[in-house]
Design a protein around this ligand. Structure first.
Ligand code: SF4
Length: 316
């Protein structure tokens, strides 16, 4: 597990800075008191950056015939769409080293999911909007793991986002800077069981891709690989997927365990599958047995610790 802090973008108001339209903030204690130990934050307030000032008139997303616009609530002629989009584009270049981004929800600049859009009549029309700054950044950096701070309160979404950030950081530091076929294979050999747990179709697709490395350039193979890999991790690992990965890993230990140990491990995996115990329970016992085996391949599996254990993300 890397000790280096991971560069992650963040909506500035989430760090407690008073940059909101009303002069307030939206501090997230989870970000400022826990994730800050692992993430090196790059705070951005796009509305302040384009010169809207603090305090400022509130703005909103408006669905028009020519697409979504960002306009001032009390005066639609004040339109910030182009300024926010241009700023998003500029920052995508400046922040291209980031390995994750945490956005503030319900913001016409930073919101990512299900943002309310208003009609010309001033009434809410649908919830198909996305903050303009977030949208531009996501278009330009499609592999970047993103999440909204509010959604990090959901244990499954939180675990998934942090898993993706760590995996992407690993990729960027270990392979992307100077890719070779060997590095690509070594990287994936550490993540096989994780991909299996998250999205079995990607497990098969990546297997096919890596079997065909010789027919294409390494740059092309890496591009296709990382797209499929990040896509796979964007699915939350299911109980079924994790159980499958646990069973495969248990298979490597069959000659090291006596009958009673095997039965105990099988019971815990089954109890996890049935939802009686969290993942950490069978995982702890598997890791304990793993210490007895001198097997670099097994020990290097990221499935054991895809993120810092102190965050307690596997108690679900
Ligand atoms: S949500 Fe985005 S634009 Fe709004 S105050 Fe926070 S950082 Fe600034």
């Amino acid at each position: 597990m890397a000790l280096e802090k991971i560069p992650v973008g963040v909506s500035q108001c989430l760090l407690g800075e008073t940059v909101r339209y009303d002069g307030g903030h939206k501090r997230s204690r989870y970000l400022t008191d826990q994730l800050n130990q692992y993430f090196d934050y790059h705070p951005v307030c796009p509305e302040v950056a384009i010169g809207l000032g603090i305090p400022r008139k509130p703005i909103r997303l408006v669905a028009t015939d020519t697409g979504t616009r960002v306009q001032q609530n009390d005066d639609p002629s004040v339109d910030h769409t182009d300024a926010l989009a241009d700023y998003g584009e500029k920052m995508a270049t400046e922040l291209s080293h980031l390995c994750g981004y945490i956005f503030m929800q319900n913001s016409p600049s930073c919101g990512v999911f299900d943002m309310k859009r208003y009609g010309d009549n001033g009434y809410p029309k649908d919830k198909h909007g996305r903050g303009l700054y977030a949208q531009k950044l996501m278009e330009k950096l499609p592999l970047l793991p993103v999440e909204e701070a509010g959604r990090l309160n959901d244990a499954g979404l939180r675990e998934n986002f942090i898993t993706r950030v760590y995996a992407y950081f690993d990729w960027r530091t270990q392979v992307e800077s100077a890719p070779t076929a060997k590095k690509l294979i070594n990287f994936y050999s550490r993540y096989k069981y994780q991909v299996m747990a998250h999205h079995p179709p990607s497990y098969k697709a990546i297997g096919r891709l890596l079997a065909d490395l010789k027919s294409r350039s390494i740059a092309e193979s890496c591009d296709d690989f990382i797209q499929e890999f990040m896509y796979a991790l964007s699915f939350q690992a299911t109980r079924k997927g994790n159980t499958n990965a646990l069973m495969h890993l248990r298979g490597y230990l069959k000659n090291q365990l006596d009958a009673a140990e095997k039965a105990e491990l099988s019971d815990l995996i089954e109890n996890y599958r049935l939802g009686y115990v969290p993942l950490v329970v069978p995982m702890t016992l598997l890791k304990h047995h793993l210490l007895k085996v001198d097997d670099a391949y097994l020990q290097s599996q990221s499935f054991w610790s895809p993120h810092p254990e102190k965050l307690g993300l596997r108690n679900i």
